[in-house]
Design a protein around this ligand. Structure first.
Ligand code: ADP
Length: 666
C-alpha cells in the first residue's frame, strides 16, 4: 500500500502549474481516485451526508485530544473547550467545518488524507453494489468519510495544526479531487483542523443557515461535543508567502450551539424515547439504519457503570473476515471517551454488538495495556455478555421474526462461542437455530429446545449431520434409518458447524451425536420403526449371507478404508462412509486441504447395506477384476455422497461406464 515515500516519489514535476506558496504537488494513490469517483456517484442523491462525515471526523479529533490531554494538559493550550464549528460564506460559495481537536502534522496529512491506508480498500471497491443506499452504508463502515467532501465541493482546502506544535507548523492541503493535491506549510495559530469546501454550483443549497442546522440536528445531534454555528464567516484571504495566515476572527459571541450534545446514556431510561435511542445509535455507531434492538443498563454498587448495547440489523461486510478484529464497543470513563473498539469488553463472538460502556470506577488514564488484566473490565465484560445474551433471548421470544433476521446476519458469529466462551456455552446454544429433517424446506429452522420437545421416547441424544450444503445434508444416505424410524436429525451445513460441534458436546444434558460418525445404536428408541422379532432375524440372516462378500470387499479396499462392515444405517443406498467419532467430517477435511492445511489422513469405514441388490450381484461375481471395480465403485459413490473428493475421479468414471456397458451385455 502506498505511503508517504511513494507519494513523494510520485510527486508531480508539474511545479509550473501554479502551486500555492511553498506548495508541493502530490498525486493520489490510485485507489483514492477510484474511490472518489464511486463516492461522488453513489452519494449524489444523499449529498448532505458530507456534513455528518466531517463533523464525525472533527468529533473523533476532539476525542483524541481530550484523551491525550489527560496525561498532558499542555496540549489544550489556551483553548480547553473542545468544539466543532460549522460556518458558510455565501459570497465565496464555501462551507467550513473546523474543530479544535488533535490536528495533524504533515506526515499524518499525507498518510490520512492522500492515501487510503486500510487494507480492505480493494475489497471495499469490489463490494460496492450500485445500490445507493447500500453503498452509502459501506462508505460509512469503511471510514472513507473525508472524501465525501468532494460530493458537494469541486475544491477542498484543509488547514490543520497538530496540538502541541507551534503555530508555524500548520499544513495546508488542497485538492480539486481530480488526481492529486498540493501541500504547503502555513501558520495556523489555533490548533485543530479547518476544512473549507468550495461548493459545486448544484450544491449551493448548503449556503443556508437553516439547511445546515437541520442537517446537523438530523445526523449529529448526539455528538458529545458542542457543534456551533456562526452567522457568516468572512472569505478566507489567500495565504501570502512570508506572512502569517489570517487569524481566526474572534466571533465567539455569535456562536451558538446547534446540537443537543447530551450523553444520552446518562439520562434515565424512562426519559428516552425509542426514536432518541435509534438516532443516538445511528450517529454514534455510524450506521445508516436503525438498530434491531438494544439494552440500556445502569449498574450501581462498588463498580459503577452504564452500558448501552445495540444489535445492528445488518452485518458489516467484513464481519467474517478472519483478519478483521474490529469490535464495536466504545469505552468511556466518567463520560470522557477513552477508546473505540474496546475488544476487551466483548468476546470475539459478540464482535457485532455496538454501543458503549461508561465506567465510573476505572482511572481516566486507562490504556489498552491496563485493560488487559483488569478485574473491573472482566466484571463489566461478563455482565455485558449476559446482558447481550439476555437481550437476544428476549428478542427470540417476543419478536421471532426479528430474531430470524438476526440469526441470518449474525448466527455464524454466535457459533464461534462454544470454542471461546465455555461458561456461556449452554446459554448461547439456546439461541441456535438449525435446519432440520422435521421441516421440509431449507430455512425453516428449529431451536434445540424445540428439537428436545419432539424427541422420541427413549431418545437421549441430539442427532445431527454436517455437510457442505443443505441439499447434501438432506440427501445424505446416513439419514435413511432416521427417516425410517421417524427420528429427527439436525442438518448443519454452515462452514463453522463442524468446528462448533467439536466444542459443543451436550445441551440440556443430552449429548450431540453425528449420525455420520462412529457406531450407531438406535435400539433404545421407541417408535414406529421398531422391528419385529422376525424382521430382526431376517436381517441377521442377511448379514450372515453377505459376510463373505464384505470380507472380499474389505481385502480389495484395505488401502483406502479402515474397515468394511454391514450397516445398520442404510435402507436404500448401497453404501456409505462413516468417520471415527473424533474424526473430522470429509467435506471439512476437503476444505482445509484446499486451504493448504496438512491433515493426518483418516481412513473412513465403509458401511454396506446388506439388503441392497448390488450385494447379490457382487456375491455372484466370479471375475476378480470386475469384483474390484464393484468394490471401488461402492466406495467412490459413498465418498461422493458424503461431500468427499475422489483421488481418481477419472477411474471412477471409467468403471462406471464399464458397468453400463456390461449391463448392455447382460
Ligand atoms: P475515518 O475518519 O473513518 O478514519 P476519513 O477518511 O474520514 O476516515 O479520515 C481519515 C483519517 O484522517 C482519520 O482517521 C483521521 O486520522 C484523519 N482526519 C480526518 N479528519 C480529521 C480531523 N478533523 N482532525 C484530525 N484528523 C482527521
Amino acid at each position: 500500500m502506498s505511503d508517504k515515500t511513494e507519494a513523494n516519489a510520485e510527486k508531480a514535476s508539474a511545479e509550473g502549474q501554479q502551486p500555492p506558496a511553498n506548495g508541493e504537488k502530490m498525486v493520489f494513490q490510485a485507489e483514492v481516485n477510484q474511490l472518489l469517483q464511486l463516492m461522488i456517484h453513489s452519494m449524489y442523491s444523499n449529498q448532505e451526508i458530507f456534513l455528518r462525515e466531517l463533523i464525525s471526523n472533527g468529533s473523533d479529533a476532539c476525542d483524541k485530544l481530550r484523551f491525550e490531554s489527560i496525561e498532558n494538559s499542555a496540549l489544550l493550550e489556551e483553548d480547553p473547550e473542545l468544539r466543532i464549528v460549522v460556518g458558510f460564506n455565501e459570497e465565496a460559495g464555501t462551507v467550513t467545518v473546523s474543530d479544535n481537536g488533535i490536528g495533524m502534522d504533515r506526515d499524518e496529512v499525507i498518510e490520512n488524507i492522500g492515501t487510503i491506508a486500510k487494507s480492505g480498500t480493494k475489497q471495499f471497491l469490489e463490494s460496492l453494489t450500485g445500490d445507493k443506499k447500500i453503498d452509502a452504508r459501506l462508505i460509512g463502515q469503511f471510514g472513507v468519510g473525508f472524501y465525501s467532501a468532494f460530493v458537494v465541493a469541486d475544491s477542498v482546502v484543509l488547514t490543520t495544526r497538530k496540538a502541541g506544535e507551534p503555530a508555524a507548523a500548520g499544513v495546508r492541503w488542497q485538492s480539486d479531487g481530480s488526481g492529486g493535491y498540493t501541500l504547503a506549510t502555513v501558520d495556523k495559530p489555533g490548533r485543530g483542523t479547518e476544512i473549507t469546501l468550495h461548493l459545486k454550483e448544484e450544491s449551493k443549497e448548503f449556503l443556508n443557515a437553516y439547511r445546515l442546522r437541520s442537517v446537523i440536528k438530523k445526523y449529529s445531534d448526539h455528538i458529545t461535543f458542542p457543534i456551533m454555528m456562526l452567522g457568516e464567516v468572512p472569505p478566507a484571504p489567500e495565504p501570502v508567502e512570508g506572512e502569517d495566515a489570517p487569524q481566526e476572527v474572534p466571533q465567539e459571541a455569535k456562536l451558538e450551539q446547534v446540537n443537543a450534545a447530551s450523553a444520552l446514556w446518562t439520562r434515565p431510561k424512562s426519559s428516552i424515547t425509542d426514536e432518541e435511542y435509534q438516532d443516538f445509535y445511528k450517529q454514534v455507531c455510524n450506521d445508516y439504519e436503525n438498530a434491531l434492538t438494544w439494552a440500556h443498563n445502569k449498574v450501581e454498587g462498588n463498580q459503577e457503570y452504564t452500558s448501552l448495547l445495540y444489535i445492528p440489523k445488518k452485518a458489516p461486510f467484513d464481519l467474517y473476515d478472519g483478519n478483521q478484529q474490529r469490535h464495536g464497543i466504545k469505552l468511556f470513563v466518567q463520560r470522557v471517551f477513552i477508546m473505540d473498539e474496546a475488544e476487551k469488553l466483548m468476546p470475539r463472538y459478540l464482535r457485532f454488538v455496538r454501543g458503549l460502556v461508561d465506567s465510573n470506577s476505572l482511572p481516566l488514564n486507562v490504556s489498552r495495556e491496563i485493560l488487559q488484566n483488569n478485574k473491573i473490565i472482566d466484571a463489566i465484560r461478563s455482565a455485558s455478555v449476559k446482558r447481550v445474551l439476555g437481550m437476544l433471548e428476549k428478542l427470540a421470544d417476543k419478536q421471532p421474526e426479528d430474531y430470524a433476521q438476526f440469526w441470518k446476519e449474525f448466527g455464524a458469529c454466535l457459533k464461534e462461542a462454544p470454542g471461546e466462551d465455555f461458561a456461556n456455552k449452554e446459554q448461547v446454544a439456546r439461541l441456535y437455530r438449525f435446519d432440520t429433517t422435521h421441516h421440509d424446506k431449507a430455512g425453516e429452522l428449529t431451536s434445540l429446545d424445540d428439537y428436545i420437545v419432539r424427541m422420541k421416547a427413549g431418545q437421549d441424544k441430539i442427532y445431527y449431520i454436517t455437510a457442505d450444503s443443505y441439499q447434501a445434508a438432506r440427501n445424505s444416505p446416513h439419514l435413511e434409518i432416521f427417516r425410517d424410524k421417524g427420528i429427527e436429525v439436525l442438518l448443519l451445513h454452515d462452514r463453522v458447524d463442524e468446528w462448533m460441534m467439536s466444542y459443543l458436546h451436550e445441551y440440556d444434558g443430552k449429548s450431540f451425536v453425528s449420525i455420520a460418525k462412529g457406531d450407531l445404536d438406535l435400539s433404545a428408541i421407541e417408535g414406529s420403526g421398531k422391528e419385529s422379532d422376525e424382521e430382526k432375524a431376517e436381517k441377521e440372516k442377511k448379514a450372515a449371507d453377505v459376510a463373505p462378500t464384505i470380507e472380499r470387499i474389505k481385502s480389495v479396499l484395505s488401502d483406502s478404508t479402515s474397515d468394511v462392515r454391514a450397516s445398520t444405517r442404510l435402507t436404500s443406498s448401497p453404501a456409505c462412509v462413516v468417520m471415527g467419532e473424533h474424526d473430522m467430517a470429509l467435506h471439512m477435511q476437503q476444505l482445509l486441504k484446499q486451504a493448504g492445511h496438512e491433515l493426518p489422513s483418516t481412513k473412513p469405514v465403509l458401511e454396506i447395506n446388506p439388503t441392497h441388490p448390488i450385494l447379490d450381484l457382487m456375491d455372484k461375481e466370479q471375475d476378480d477384476d470386475r469384483f474390484e471395480d464393484w468394490a471401488h465403485l461402492l466406495l467412490d459413490q459413498a465418498l461422493l455422497a458424503d461431500g468427499g473428493q475422489l483421488e481418481d475421479s477419472a477411474g471412477f468414471v471409467k468403471r462406471m461406464n464399464q458397468m453400463f456397458l456390461a449391463l448392455r451385455g447382460s
